[in-house]
Design a protein around this ligand. Structure first.
Ligand code: KMH
Ligand code: ZN
Length: 276
C-alpha cells in the first residue's frame, strides 16, 4: 500500500462564521490555514470561498485571487469546489473552472442534502467532465451514494478518462440523504471501485460523528483521507473543533498508526497525474 493522501477541506458552504468562529472564511484566514495544514501533512486543499459577509460565493475575481494566494504561499494541490452551495446555479459552478485550479470536484449525481437538494444532472456532469478534460484540470469525483460509482463508470465509458489518465474518487459519507458513514458502506464502495479503471484511488470523509469510523475504515481498505471543518465541526463529544489543523494532525496520527505515512505534495501529484 502507498502512503496516505490527506486532503483538507477547511471551509465548505454549510457552516456560518457566526456559529463556528474558527471557520476560515477570508483569503488571509484560508491561506494561513492551508500553510499550517501543509506543514502537518496535507497535500490537497479543497476550497470553497466566502464573500465579505462570510456567505458562500462563487465570485470569479475572488476565486482567482484565492488560487493565486494559495499558489504563492503553499505547494498544496489546489482543488476548487464546483459543488458550491446547494443554491448555486449550474453556470456559476461551471465557471469555477475559469479560475485555473489544478483540480476541481465533480459530483456524480443528485442527492438530498439535509433539507436541500444537491442537483447534479447527467448533462451537467458530462459538461463539467468534458471541460476539465479540455482545460487540463484533474477531477476528483465526489460520491455521495453507491449508485454514483455506476454513474462514474458510465461517464468514463462514454466520455473517456479524465485529464492525466488517473481516476480518483472521494467518498463523502454520512450526509443526511446520502450513504451512511459506516465501514460496511465504505467496503461496498471499495468493491464497486474495482469495476473502475485499474489504479483508481479513493479517499473518504465522514460527516459529523462518522468522521472517525470512516477514517479508520478508509485506511484499512487502502483508501486515503479527507478531513476538515467543511465536514466536521465537533472533535469529540461536547468538544467543538478548534481548527482545521487539529483535524489534520489527527489524520496524520491515524495514517502513521496505519503505517501509511502522509504523501508529500510531490508524491500526491505523481499519484493523481497532476502536473508538477
Ligand atoms: N456544499 C455541497 C452542496 C463539492 O464541493 O464539490 C457540495 C459540496 C461538494 O461540497
Ligand atoms: Zn466541498
Amino acid at each position: 500500500m502507498t502512503g496516505t493522501l490527506i486532503t483538507v477541506a477547511p471551509t465548505g458552504a454549510e457552516s456560518s462564521k457566526a456559529a463556528v468562529p474558527a471557520l476560515p472564511v477570508t483569503i488571509d484566514e484560508l491561506v494561513a490555514t492551508a500553510k499550517e495544514c501543509e506543514a502537518l501533512g496535507a497535500s490537497i486543499v479543497h476550497v470553497h470561498i466566502r464573500d465579505d459577509a462570510g456567505e458562500p460565493s462563487l465570485d470569479q475575481g475572488r476565486l482567482r485571487a484565492t488560487v493565486s494566494a494559495l499558489r504563492q504561499a503553499t505547494d498544496l494541490i489546489i482543488q476548487l469546489s464546483s459543488g458550491g452551495a446547494v443554491t448555486d446555479p449550474e453556470a456559476a459552478r461551471l465557471a469555477v473552472l475559469d479560475a485555473g485550479p489544478e483540480m476541481a470536484s465533480c459530483t456524480m449525481g443528485t442527492v438530498n442534502f439535509g433539507d436541500g437538494v444537491f442537483m447534479n444532472r447527467w448533462d451537467f456532469i458530462v459538461d463539467l467532465h468534458t471541460r476539465m478534460q479540455e482545460r487540463g484540470i484533474v477531477p476528483e469525483y465526489e460520491i455521495f451514494d453507491l449508485g454514483q460509482l455506476t454513474t462514474l463508470q458510465r461517464l468514463l465509458g462514454k466520455h473517456g478518462l479524465p485529464f492525466g489518465g488517473h481516476v480518483h474518487v472521494d467518498l463523502v459519507m454520512g450526509v443526511p440523504g446520502g450513504m451512511p458513514g459506516t465501514a460496511a458502506a465504505l467496503v461496498a464502495c471499495e468493491q464497486a471501485i474495482r469495476d473502475l479503471p485499474a489504479g483508481t484511488t479513493f479517499s473518504a470523509t465522514g460527516i459529523g460523528r462518522s468522521t472517525i469510523p470512516v477514517m479508520l475504515a478508509s485506511l484499512s481498505a487502502g483508501g486515503h483521507l479527507r478531513v476538515g471543518m467543511e465536514d466536521t465541526i465537533t472533535y469529540g463529544k461536547g468538544q467543538p473543533v478548534e481548527s482545521n489543523m487539529q483535524l489534520v494532525a489527527r489524520a496524520f496520527g491515524f495514517a502513521q498508526l496505519a503505517q501509511r505515512p502522509p504523501l508529500t505534495t510531490t508524491e500526491a501529484r505523481e499519484l493523481l497525474g497532476v502536473p508538477a
